[in-house]
Design a protein around this ligand. Structure first.
Ligand code: TRP
Length: 449
């Protein structure tokens, strides 16, 4: 099987596909939302520390594990360890893929509604309050958001069926740079709005009095989420990375690109939030109400709005593809289903979860679990619990259970690439990353008592 496995085409292909997975709604929708709810600047700083100290080593661990195991996340753990003892880590990853898709799929549906609205109505006659009311009115509807979600997830399923290589790799090459350009333009406009500087202060003047264990946990969760870590996504993708690719280099590139997009999204959103008097902790609707306001203030806003939401949908799609690929690779390789059956069964299951998540914002909003809607529960349980713990397990597995010479061979491509950082990497993965995750957890646990 190992010879036949498809691989992405070259360094650029790997970068774009992995960055395609990382860059998504997590950067443009979730990041600003978390930033707003966790007090701004200090969160930004802690987030970047988490991305570097926890995120990058785990991404390298996941890539190496996947490429070494040449299989889906469960299979990779089995192949590399030669035993069934560690398969549970992979199962928890696959479960996590379903749960993430359950709420992510809903937001993907919203992006399509906004493409539609941008084309048909434009947002130009709407005030900030109108936009906010319109968003809420839409998201609490029982049927319409679910239909968009079904459409989105069906497209997602179709692309995964086309094969990862042809569909995504080619489109990412044009679309990712376009997304960057648009966010930069929006950022420039947002910055020059009257009062926009308050937004920058909110972003770059850390107020450490607002830092609680909760804020740190959320920043760590966001790092896992945004870098697609802690559930076997990068392990699965790692199995498609050619043996000649420098894994360490790819990790740095993906992390830098992903962080850049998050930062740019925050710069596009917060100055506008302050200038227009929107509440920065507005929550999930933040990106959907703020940016249409910015489009209203730029010449050719109608076109920018369409372009932005189309690209946002596509950024979301390259992420959902990676999530569905975890499920598809797992079901087809472990359960011996055809890829087609696996992708379709996976998608149908996700649609059922997503339908409940969508309804939990409207008709089922009285239904609370631990005081949260089902939508928020899925988001919180995955980012704050399952991903950090699975990530912890993966890093402990890679750092302690794989022989160091074998790991070094994988990372240096059998000694053909330099990896001067190898010793530091193993040290960080063995001690620093686990300790950091555990401390954040214990702190959070203590704060509950
Ligand atoms: N990282 C993506 C985003 O920021 C979402 C995503 C894709 C993801 N694959 C993942 C999140 C795996 C967690 C785990 O939008």
């Amino acid at each position: 099987m190992s010879e036949k496995r498809v691989s992405f085409g070259g360094r650029m292909g790997v970068l774009l596909v992995a960055a395609g997975s990382a860059v998504g709604l997590g950067n443009i929708w979730r990041f600003p939302c978390e930033l707003g709810q966790n007090g701004g600047g200090a969160f930004l700083l802690i987030y970047f520390i988490c991305a570097i100290v926890i995120g990058m080593p785990i991404m390298l661990a996941e890539f190496s594990l996947g490429r070494m195991g040449q299989s889906n996340v469960v299979g990779a753990l089995k192949n590399v360890s030669g035993s069934n003892k560690y398969k549970w880590i992979g199962y928890s990853g696959v479960l996590c893929a379903f749960l993430i898709m359950g709420f992510y799929g809903v937001v993907c549906g919203w992006t399509l509604e906004y493409v539609y609205q941008a084309v048909v109505f434009g947002f130009s006659s709407m005030t900030p309050t109108d936009l906010s009311t319109a968003f809420t009115a839409f998201s609490v509807q029982p049927v319409r958001p679910i239909l968009w979600t079904i459409l989105f997830l069906s497209i997602n399923c179709a692309v995964v069926l086309l094969g990862v290589k042809n569909g995504i790799e080619r489109s990412s090459k044009i679309l990712m740079p376009m997304l960057l350009i648009i966010i930069i333009i929006l950022g420039c406009r947002s910055l020059t709005l009257p009062g926009g500087m308050d937004g920058l202060k909110f972003l770059f003047k850390p107020d450490f009095s607002k830092v609680t264990s909760e804020v740190v946990l959320n920043a760590m969760g966001q790092a896992f989420f945004s870098l697609s870590l802690g559930m076997g996504c990068m392990t699965t993708y790692g199995s498609y990375i050619g043996k000649d690719i420098n894994l360490g280099e790819s990790v740095v590139q993906v992390t830098v690109l992903d962080s850049l997009v998050s930062l740019l999204a925050a710069i596009a959103i917060f100055p506008a939030v302050f200038s227009l008097g929107i509440n920065p902790s507005a929550g999930p609707e933040l990106a959907f109400i703020t940016l249409p306001n910015v489009f209203n203030q730029i010449p050719g806003g109608y076109i920018w709005a369409i372009l932005f939401f189309v690209l946002l949908s596509i950024a979301a799609l390259t992420s959902t593809i990676s999530l569905l690929e975890v499920i598809t690779a797992f079901m087809s390789e472990e359960w011996k289903l055809s890829r087609k059956k696996a992708a379709i069964i996976g998608t149908a299951t996700i649609i059922s979860i997503a339908a409940f998540a969508s309804l939990s914002l409207g008709d089922l909003s009285d239904w609370k679990i631990f005081g949260m809607s089902f939508f928020d529960l899925l988001d919180n349980v995955t980012a704050r619990i399952i991903m950090p713990l699975t990530g912890l397990a993966i890093s402990l597995f890679v750092a302690w259970k794989i022989e160091q010479t074998r790991l070094k061979d994988e990372i240096t491509n059998q000694g053909t690439k330099k990896a001067a950082y190898f010793k530091a990497f193993v040290f960080i993965l063995r001690y620093i990353t686990p300790l950091a995750i555990i401390i954040v957890f214990i702190n959070q646990l203590l704060s509950w008592f």
